[in-house]
Design a binder for this molecule. Structure first.
Ligand SMILES: Nc1ncnc2c1ncn2[C@@H]1O[C@H](COP(=O)(O)OP(=O)(O)OP(=O)(O)O)[C@@H](O)[C@H]1O
Ligand SMILES: [Mg+2]
Length: 389
């Protein structure tokens, strides 16, 4: 499992935090100390300071936090507690990297706030080379394999890229996306907290939403939040996409199947829309309708490409052949991706792409061929202008 906490040095101020060292912070080195330890702290001494606000007198803590802002290289600070006096919060917000988690909180809320703070201190990737490309992957029916293929496509692009942090996979299934779980990574994107401040989002702030997956691949995925589709604004989603396309050479979107207020605008900024279908008659009919809908509504000439996923040999049952599928679709499919349940399930269980855990799987070979073919096609100019608009 990818853990940004692995080996990180966390200075924990407050006796009640000791239990976390054996729980959510077990991967990190946790040092327990008193508030006086803040006097001579710097980012060379620790990677993050975690403070239990309820463990200290408010004025003493506010003064210690204020002193931190004078430190030469101040580590990120996370304040937790029930009692968060305004003076303390104000001093905290003046620090370059800080956040607050109100008690009571779940272990997941704590780790995701810590991971986001640690990620916010990473240097932003060098800007995209100017011709960034964005591909959307969407399922024709639930469970068709959109997330699996989005993860593998992003991984295949990352493997081809000589530049570090050149690919970003963004899971736009804001309520319950699975991309982070498939990659064994911690989701950190908390767009709902952003509210009307979405306009201010820039490349540096975007880093707080990023989970690095490998040297070349970053992930942006939301913390599970059933209300996210209602609470995250259209502006926030579109701003994230805009900044991501300015930052990364490749942006891969795992799109929700149902249309949202931002779906069409997001798709209009894409060079490719990949509709994933399985080989059942209902899925093929859905793939045809969805592709027609996208093509007609966008009206920009962008034709979604259909990927037929989980192609199996016919010995396993009366599945349509690729040619029969194309007849039902009334168009050519862009590619077929072989079925390999063992590789897909083992990789999801281990946490990581199939290309990492089962590099010899036919899925990996098929995705690699697809990526090679698509990358050699010229980027759509309309997509670049839609992104710039
Ligand atoms: N080519 C494949 N061979 C075998 N199994 C696959 C393949 N592609 C995907 N799967 C499996 O199919 C299941 C559904 O895949 P996935 O979650 O990627 O679908 P989805 O379209 O994203 O679903 P949802 O509609 O829930 O977002 C998973 O168990 C995955 O491991
Ligand atoms: Mg999915």
């Amino acid at each position: 499992m990818t853990s940004l906490l692995q080996g990180r040095r966390i200075l924990a101020l407050g006796g009640s935090l000791a239990v976390l060292a054996n729980g959510p912070l077990a991967d990190a080195h946790v040092e327990l100390a008193g508030v006086e330890r803040l006097e001579a702290i710097s980012s060379t001494a620790c990677d993050l300071v975690l403070i239990d606000a309820d463990a200290w007198e408010a004025p003493a803590l506010a003064t210690a936090v204020k002193a931190l802002s004078a430190a030469r290289a101040c580590p990120p600070v996370l304040l937790v507690g029930e009692n968060l006096p305004a003076g303390l919060v104000r001093n905290l917000m003046r620090l370059p990297h800080s956040d607050i988690v109100e008690a009571p909180f779940t272990p997941e809320q704590l780790t995701s706030a810590i991971v986001a703070l640690l990620a916010s201190t990473l240097p932003a990737p060098a800007s995209a080379s100017g011709d960034s490309r964005c591909w959307a992957v969407t399922g024709a029916v639930g469970g068709a394999g959109a997330t699996t293929l989005a993860v593998e496509i992003a991984t295949a692009l990352a493997a081809r890229s000589p530049k570090e942090r050149s690919v970003c996979l963004i899971d736009l299934n804001l309520a319950d996306g699975a991309a982070a779980a498939y990659l064994g990574a911690q989701p950190t994107m908390r767009l709902a907290d952003f509210g009307p401040a979405a306009d201010r989002l820039d490349a540096a702030m975007l880093q707080a939403f990023v989970t690095p997956v490998s040297k070349h691949l970053d992930l942006m995925a939301g913390v599970r939040d059933p209300a996210a589709f209602d609470t995250v604004s259209r502006e926030a989603v579109l701003r994230v996409l805009e900044v991501a396309c300015e930052t990364y050479d490749w942006v891969i979107l795992d799109m929700p199947r149902h249309r949202r207020a931002w779906t069409l605008e997001a798709l209009s900024g894409c060079d490719e829309v990949l509709v994933v279908s399985e080989l059942t008659v209902p899925a093929l009919i859905a793939a045809r309708s969805l592709s027609d809908e996208i093509e007609d509504t966008l009206g920009s000439g962008l034709k979604p490409r259909i990927l037929l996923n989980r192609l199996a040999s016919r010995v396993f049952g009366p599945a349509p052949s690729m040619a029969e599928a194309e007849r039902a679709l009334q168009r050519k499919a862009e590619a077929g991706i072989s079925s390999d349940w063992e590789a897909a399930a083992a990789s999801a269980n281990l946490g990581g792409p199939i290309a990492q855990h089962r590099p010899k799987s036919k899925i990996v070979k098929d995705v690699r061929m697809l990526v090679e073919r698509l990358t050699s096609a010229p980027a759509r100019r309309d997509a670049a202008s839609a992104r710039a608009a």
